[in-house]
Design a protein around this ligand. Structure first.
Ligand SMILES: C[S@@+](CC[C@H](N)C(=O)[O-])C[C@H]1O[C@@H](n2cnc3c(N)ncnc32)[C@H](O)[C@@H]1O
Length: 197
């Protein structure tokens, strides 16, 4: 099922929007500070109102791009966080061109229709050159049995199935911090993937 994301922003039906970056992001940026510090171009796909991209931008000299399909989200991100080195663009991850040595994923993968997940992985492999990184907080279990997504849950084995061919898994850990309502074991998984040759 595909979602009209612009309509969701227009109607204010945005339960994912928490007004702040993911609470685990400060830890992730500190844990992987060398990768983030060395990066030249960083992409945050499905950035929404841009809180994650803004926080990442504050700890790197890289150019950071927040990309989202919905112009309403990008308009809000641009008006909240307008600064040099931090850019906002309306675009589709499946067709967006470019080359990024670091990508941060948070609630974009789970928003993609299940049948397009292989395309998402292929897009990451296209956008990230050999040696580049995909760091993500993957939403494994939205815990909404009986309701239709998005967000669409995923298992660790399924994630490996999508990314193993073109990325190697360098590190994974359940977040110690998360938003209210996402707590509990097995709900989310932080993962660092490195692009293979
Ligand atoms: C669940 S929201 C999460 C937004 C943000 N990551 C957050 O946590 O606040 C998913 C976002 O992905 C965007 N999105 C969905 N499909 C996309 C695509 N193909 N390319 C770029 N953005 C997309 C939507 O417009 C929406 O803003």
């Amino acid at each position: 099922m595909s979602v009209d994301w612009s309509a969701r922003y227009q109607s204010g039906e945005t339960p994912w929007e928490k007004g702040e970056a993911h609470p685990e992001l400060p830890f992730l940026l500190s844990k992987h500070h060398e990768l983030v510090g060395d990066a030249v171009r960083i992409l945050v796909p499905g950035c929404g109102f841009g809180h994650d991209a803004k926080l990442i931008h504050s700890v790197t000299r890289a150019e950071v791009l927040g990309l989202d399909l919905a112009k309403e989200a990008i308009k809000q991100a641009r008006s909240s966080y307008y600064q040099a080195g931090l850019a906002w663009t309306v675009g589709d991850i499946f067709t967006w061109p470019g080359c990024y040595d670091f990508v941060f994923e948070h609630t974009c993968f789970c928003a993609i229709p299940v049948e397009r997940r292989a395309d998402y992985a292929a897009s990451m492999a296209r956008l990230i050159p050999e040696g580049g990184y995909l760091l993500g907080v993957f939403f494994l279990n939205p815990d909404h049995e009986g309701e239709e997504g998005p967000p669409f849950g995923v298992t660790l084995d399924e994630l490996k199935g999508f990314f193993d061919e073109t990325f190697s898994l360098e590190w994974a850990q359940e977040p110690a911090h998360t938003y209210e309502g996402r707590e509990g074991p097995g709900r989310e998984l932080s993962m660092l993937w490195r692009r293979k040759s």
